[in-house]
Design a protein around this ligand. Sequence first.
Ligand SMILES: NC(=O)c1ccc[n+]([C@@H]2O[C@H](COP(=O)([O-])OP(=O)(O)OC[C@H]3O[C@@H](n4cnc5c(N)ncnc54)[C@H](O)[C@@H]3O)[C@@H](O)[C@H]2O)c1
Ligand SMILES: CC(C)[C@H](C(=O)O)[C@@H](O)C(=O)O
Ligand SMILES: [Mg+2]
Length: 364
Amino acid sequence: MTKTFHIVVLGGDGIGPEVCDQSVRLLQQMQPHLDGVEFHLDPHDVGVGEYQRSGEALPDSAFEACLASDAVLLGAMGLPNVRYPNGKEIAPQLDLRERLQLYGGVRPIQLFHESDTPLKDYGAGDIDFVLVRESTEGLFYGRDAVADLSADEATNQLRISRQASERVCRLSFELARRRGGKKKVSLIDKANVLSTMVYFRHIFDEVAKDFPDVTAEHVYVDAMALFMVRRPHDFDVMVTENMFGDILSDLAAGIVGGMGMAPSGDIGDNAAVFQPSHGSAPDIAGRSLANPIAMHLSTAMMLDWLDHPETKRGAEALKAAVADVLSDPNQRTADMGGKLSTVEITDRISRSLDRQLQGQGSTA
Ligand SMILES: NC(=O)c1ccc[n+]([C@@H]2O[C@H](COP(=O)([O-])OP(=O)(O)OC[C@H]3O[C@@H](n4cnc5c(N)ncnc54)[C@H](O)[C@@H]3O)[C@@H](O)[C@H]2O)c1
Ligand SMILES: CC(C)[C@H](C(=O)O)[C@@H](O)C(=O)O
Ligand SMILES: [Mg+2]
């Protein structure tokens, strides 16, 4: 019997649709090779463009479709110069995370080729860790507040709840166990200053007791910014508060080639959204300069998460095709010093994907 997966596709703004279209193309290419699996792709307009057309950045019809889907593929949303009348940027991905309770912002960081890291002089070695960012509260809890420019001060709230912390810590320990590598989870906090972080650490330690086979450690966020650059090979899974995770995930992307190499999955108990960690990159949009690899790796994460033997095979094949193309340092987009366009690098990944799916492996 054929299993149909309903996948909502939200291209979004700027380079979002450019990279998303290329991943959709690879999904369509893959489908006939996967036994008993069918993808039903359901595109919706969201983001700034949709806000300008309809007054809604995330129309109800798009949200309902996400709610009913097996998974969501998202390009990027937002443009720095288009704002709501209250002055705030349009960021419906945050609404999706909160409304779908996508508490685990899973952001893998992997170096595919040593030529792509600026850390060569530090002997950075293998870089392969996952940053898990709590994505429903933390310092983003105050995001609805509107700045009163005539006031004498402005404050935001940082919220750490037991429920949200337990579930994101548990997800992180389970991930470390599943990865089966160093089996280590590093909590990134600021417990030397903030009581919310003392509380977060307490909950992390409680959850850690259920995973005696996984090493648990605490690292202050400022120190982690240093360690990520000086000894990234020491880490396996990291878990942290929303804003720390937002900042550190861009830093982490920088050590493996940039935002175009940083995939992500926003995971909840009943829904998940897969998107690159990068934004709409208005500085390069519309010129086929965007690196689509973060989007392709996010698509591979989605296929893995769908948890069917054939989609898992598709995920492995797609990841292997990306690795195959990157094994030749001459095959890069402009952000990584190369000359290939968004479409051209996907052409190469597509050719390799065919080989991977036919079990022929690498020819690069
Ligand atoms: N998940 C998302 O949808 C998301 C994430 C981050 C930012 N944003 C939004 O996107 C807009 C632009 O934000 P920003 O400029 O701070 O961040 P950005 O990630 O869009 O761009 C930062 C830098 O990285 C480069 N870059 C990003 N992705 C790239 C890719 N795939 N290939 C090559 N280069 C790439 C850009 O050219 C730019 O120089 C803002 O409105 C922001 O709020 C959205
Ligand atoms: C666009 C922005 C609201 C978003 C965030 O801060 O979470 C982005 O930076 C990300 O990392 O997904
Ligand atoms: Mg970010």
